[in-house]
Design a protein around this ligand. Structure first.
Ligand code: SF4
Ligand code: MG
Length: 321
């Protein structure tokens, strides 16, 4: 397995301004020193509740928000060390699909204009061949050639997401970051779009970073899963280990909330006490200690490091060795 993206010690601390001088008085530690690798051709999912830092991680990788520190090696080159113009050139390799395709598509542009613009940026297909290429792209995502001159409002939500996928494909990317890409869609449409993403992955050797709060969706699409809590990675494992044998108490609680299809394997729902603490002043030690059903004294002062259980399973918890 070859690493495509290696994230090391990534931090994203957003300043909070205050007082009459508007000085930085504190920081939201949205992502706080995380490291992970995405391998070529795989789907790595990031899961966690809203505010855990999963979208922030995606945005930091793409430098949609400039990260505070760390490194992000894409095929060995540090994206965070690149100039703005080098980064613009790199962007075609790293595309993003957001939750709301309507918000990311210009309502005044037809499909041919939207995809034509992407092709103009990518600049491999000569202008005279672009319409032909657009029809080909529409075919890849299951849209018809006669839909080429339509506008976003003439499509359903699922179709609009297909246009968003076609626009990403137009750039011939290696990595696509899908941020809640199917979360706004009906369940039946979700499955279709997930299956489309999977088949495109095989067809074009795509690698996905799939950000979602929905464990059912994550179970469908992932090869590996990374669980975040309050800006930290608490567990990362291949899908089977994570779903069959979750080790971190937070992961166990998250998984206990999804319905099991097999009624004989009924599991107790683990209800966590309290709310997620503020990322401005996160708890000391293990960030989960204020809510963890298994916390011991040591958890309040000592932050657990991410340690390997076996080669495809890492956990950050004092109780797991
Ligand atoms: Fe719970 Fe302690 Fe493990 Fe944190 S380190 S998850 S508080 S047992
Ligand atoms: Mg989000």
């Amino acid at each position: 397995k070859k690493p495509l993206l290696e994230v090391t010690n990534l931090k994203q601390h957003f300043p909070i301004k205050g007082g009459i001088l508007g000085r930085t008085v504190n920081h939201v530690k949205a992502v706080d020193d995380i490291s992970f690798t995405i391998y070529e051709g795989e789907t790595l999912s990031i899961v966690g509740e809203s505010g855990c830092g999963k979208s922030t991680t995606g945005r930091a990788i793409l430098r949609l928000d400039e990260p505070t520190s760390g490194s992000v090696l894409f095929e060995g080159q540090d994206l965070l060390a690149m100039s703005k113009s080098q980064m613009r050139d790199m962007r075609k390799h790293l595309q993003v699909i957001f939750q709301d395709p309507f918000a990311s598509l210009n309502p005044r542009q037809s499909v041919s204009q939207i995809l034509g613009e992407a092709l103009a940026i990518q600049n491999i297909v000569p202008a005279g061949k672009r319409r032909e290429r657009i029809i080909e792209l529409l075919g890849y995502v299951g849209l018809r050639p006669d839909q080429i001159d339509r506008f976003p409002h003439e499509f359903s939500g699922g179709q609009r997401q297909r246009i968003g996928i076609a626009r990403a494909l137009a750039m011939q990317p290696k990595l696509i970051i899908c941020d809640e890409a199917v979360s706004a869609l009906d369940v039946s449409i979700q499955a279709q779009v997930l299956n489309l993403l999977k088949s495109l992955q095989r067809q074009f050797q795509l690698t996905y970073l799939f950000i979602s709060h929905d464990l059912g969706v994550v179970r469908h699409i992932s090869d590996r899963v990374m669980v975040m809590y309050l800006g930290k990675v608490v567990e990362i494992a291949d899908k089977k280990s994570l779903f069959d044998n979750p080790q971190h108490p937070y992961t166990q609680a998250l998984l206990s909330a999804i319905p099991v299809p097999d009624a004989t394997k009924k599991q107790e729902r683990i209800i966590l006490r309290g709310d997620v603490p503020s990322p401005i002043n996160p708890p000391t030690g293990c960030r989960f200690h204020t809510r963890c059903p298994h916390a011991v004294e040591r958890c309040k002062t000592e932050a657990p490091a991410l340690t390997s259980l076996h080669d495809t399973h890492q956990v950050a918890c004092h109780l797991v060795q």
